[in-house]
Design a protein around this ligand. Structure first.
Ligand SMILES: [Zn+2]
Ligand SMILES: [Zn+2]
Length: 236
């Protein structure tokens, strides 16, 4: 039971971290419901006659929830601009692995071929996590054609994916939203009002690297006073 609750706590952490990104919100809520069901199984099991069955059910649900957590995380992991298609493989891979693992656990490993399928899917999922430090390494520059442009990493204000944006006009790697980024702020941009419904993004100041919030329009770093301006136009 303790191991099950520890896995559940780790999954809740992943879901809470990814829930605010619009493209992972539904998966994250579904995952939180699954984890709640699994925790219910683990907590109730000691008082039930069918304890092994209920515990197995808890582990089966956790396996599916683990696959979903992988999908939530890889929905948002920053990928190099020329490798964003990897997401189309890595996101479903986690869900298939979780589903296959869940089936294998719930059927008490009675079908060896299903264990093999689950293992064959789980290995590339584990490899993907091992590759995250290399895949998601923050570049100092991104390429605009043949020209290297200083990069700025923050979440896309529309889909929530972490993107390495270049300065100037740049599209989100995943949803295609165009942002115009000027460092320092362009002379004509005004500061946005604090209640701008389009919100703000969290980034590191390009001058002093202090974490700060940049609103749409012109904003200033409180540490070093460096300015930048962000413009985007959201169509739903
Ligand atoms: Zn986007
Ligand atoms: Zn600064």
């Amino acid at each position: 039971m303790a191991a099950g609750l520890a896995v559940a706590a780790a999954l809740v952490w992943v879901y809470l971290r990814t829930r605010s990104a619009p493209r992972s919100t539904r998966f994250a809520w579904l995952g939180l419901v699954l984890v709640g069901c699994a925790v219910g199984c683990f907590v109730a099991a000691p008082w039930l006659e069918a304890r092994p069955v209920v515990e197995r059910l808890g582990w089966g649900i956790l396996a599916a929830a683990t696959g979903l957590a992988h999908a939530c995380a890889f929905n948002l992991v920053p990928l190099p601009h020329n490798r964003t298609r990897l997401r189309m493989i890595l996101v479903p891979l986690g869900m298939w692995a979780g589903g296959a693992g869940s089936f294998a656990i719930l059927t008490q490993h009675q079908h060896p071929w299903m264990d093999l399928v689950a293992l064959a899917l789980a290995l590339p999922v584990a490899a993907a996590w091992a590759c995250v430090p290399f895949l998601a390494r923050a570049p100092t520059h991104v390429q605009m054609g043949a020209t290297p442009v200083p990069a700025l990493r923050f979440c896309c204000p529309r889909c929530g994916t972490v993107v390495d944006w270049g300065r100037g006009v740049w599209p989100c790697t995943d949803c295609g939203l165009f942002l115009k980024i000027d460092v320092p702020a362009d002379a004509h941009s005004a500061s946005s009002t604090p209640d701008d419904p389009a919100g703000a993004v969290h980034l590191h100041c390009p001058a002093c690297h202090t974490p700060r919030i940049a609103t749409r329009g012109r904003s200033e770093c409180v540490q070093c006073k460096a300015t930048l301006s962000l413009h985007w136009n959201m169509h739903r």
